[in-house]
Design a protein around this ligand. Structure first.
Ligand code: FAD
Ligand code: NAD
Length: 396
């Protein structure tokens, strides 16, 4: 390759933005042309989205302008939507053009997995992006306003959250915190508001520490959440959800947090996937195309027991670092690095000043865990934007 190699990064989420930031730091002048493509001109802090969704924080606080994170002399930013990946032609089709590449990084994030459950795609809302959480917040407020015009429609004040994984649990914690303010604003009796968290598995947060799960459920039940555990959602309609046992729960709001899959474009492009995600090589490459790297929710990395690590911001960020290293190794013809995930712990919020977490061998709960959550958040801001970003966006 005599001309300057072209690296195209798709998606400025955790994996994509960290790859771009690392490349701009490490690459020498004229070593590569780097282009970052994202459908918005901002990066969003997905790990905060449960708050603006419930309305306990502003959407602006969960987003950062991409041009504040990248150096435009080193990385070209293209605000556009990717519509197709053509790996055999080394091309990416955008809504408004085409990009050719020598190396491609796919970091397009996940999409809601609905497991073919009828009506979920059409009638349930998802916590996925700034636009989706803005919609959810407005929708929730609208239900209160509608109830005031039609007081016999108590179902407007019923909220169903499908899935008690971390997204569902973090969201209900915030929603429960928001309800008193909404009831006050709309003159609604708080007793009329019902929040159901429905989980198919025999426990909330399947696979997580049982003592902390019990603590979380206790905190959330005291905030007014009703759990339906071991109860699968079978169908979703505009009026509510049908659950196992043929019970129909009428609800004005249905939010699906039942899991994610990879981006649909990967299947369409002919990659071998498992639920839209590509099982990457030890160097984070596609097993089919050596010049394509996959990071974040679009990728699968196996743990030592041969099971996939859960798709998280933590793993995506670490992948971004190694992906950039390996891209540079390819360009310089040096040895690539094997990706090894270092689990720094898991902390999940349960609303204001409440959280649970496992960090190393320590179990955390309550305010200590909530403070740890803030530290984790700030560490990420520091990684992508240094101290200035921590000061601007950190929620102290
Ligand atoms: P994402 O961060 O999803 O970003 C994908 C990017 O690609 C976005 O910028 C998007 O706009 C862009 N994009 C998508 N499609 C296109 C297209 N067609 N064209 C152009 N651009 C496109 N993980 C943790 O480790 N800790 C947590 O505390 C945590 N909390 C979470 C809370 C919530 C509410 C949610 C929903 C998830 C949470 N996660 C957490 C999971 C974590 O957010 C994801 O694993 C992580 O965001 C995945 O990063 P990614 O780089 O794959 O993609
Ligand atoms: P998830 O896959 O972790 O959880 C989905 C839950 O929905 C599961 O418990 C599943 O049993 C349940 N479910 C599936 N089908 C159902 C049905 N028909 N009816 C009722 N329940 C059903 O998805 P998530 O919570 O969106 O998390 C996605 C990823 O993001 C995970 O890797 C998670 O670890 C990560 N995340 C991490 C944090 C954190 O660390 N604080 C927060 C949010 C998300």
């Amino acid at each position: 390759m005599s001309r300057i190699p072209r690296i195209v990064i798709l998606g400025a989420g955790y994996g994509g933005i960290v790859t771009a930031i690392r490349l701009q730091k490490e690459l020498n002048y004229n070593e590569a042309d780097v282009t970052l493509v994202n459908k918005h001109d901002y990066h969003y802090i997905t790990t905060h989205l449960h708050m603006p969704a419930a309305g306990t924080d502003k959407p602006e606080n969960a987003r950062v302008d991409i041009l504040k994170l990248i150096d435009e002399f080193k990385v070209d930013f293209v605000k556009s939507t990717v519509t197709q990946i053509r790996p055999h032609e080394k091309k990416v089709i955008l809504e408004d053009g085409t990009l050719s590449y020598d190396y491609l990084v796919v970091g397009l994030g996940g999409e809601p997995e609905t497991f073919g459950i009828p009506g979920l795609k059409e009638h349930a809302l998802n916590i996925r992006s700034i636009n989706s959480v803005r919609f959810i917040r407005e929708h929730i407020e609208y239900q209160f306003a509608k109830y005031k015009r039609e007081p016999d429609r108590k179902d407007y004040l019923t909220f169903v959250i499908g899935g008690a994984g971390f997204t569902g649990i973090e969201f209900i914690g915030e929603l429960a915190d928001r309800i008193p303010a909404l009831c006050k604003e709309f003159d609604v009796d708080p007793e009329l508001v019902k929040i159901y968290n429905i989980e198919a598995a025999p426990t909330a947060l399947p696979g997580f520490d049982p003592e902390l799960v019990a603590y979380a459920m206790d905190v959330l039940e005291k905030k007014g959440i009703t759990f339906k555990i071991g109860t699968a959602i079978k169908e979703c309609t505009p009026e509510g959800v049908l659950v196992a046992g043929d019970e129909f729960i009428k609800a004005g709001t249905i939010i699906w947090t039942g899991g994610i899959r990879g981006n649909h474009m990967l299947d369409e492009a002919g990659f071998e996937t498992m639920r839209g995600r590509i099982k990457v090589s030890e160097f984070l490459r596609s097993p089919q195309f050596d010049n394509i790297y996959i990071v974040g929710d679009c990728s699968i990395v196996m743990n030592d027991e041969g099971r996939p690590f859960p798709p998280t911001a933590q793993i995506a960020t670490q992948q971004g670092e190694v992906c950039a290293y390996n891209l540079i190794a390819s360009i310089r013809n040096t040895e690539p690095k094997t990706f090894k995930f270092t689990n720094k712990g898991v902390v999940a919020s349960l609303g204001k000043r409440q959280a649970i977490g496992v960090v190393g061998s320590r179990k955390l709960k309550g305010n200590t865990a909530a403070m740890m959550k803030k530290i984790v958040d700030m560490r990420y801001l520091y990684i992508i934007g240094g101290i200035p970003l921590v000061i601007r966006k950190g929620r102290f």
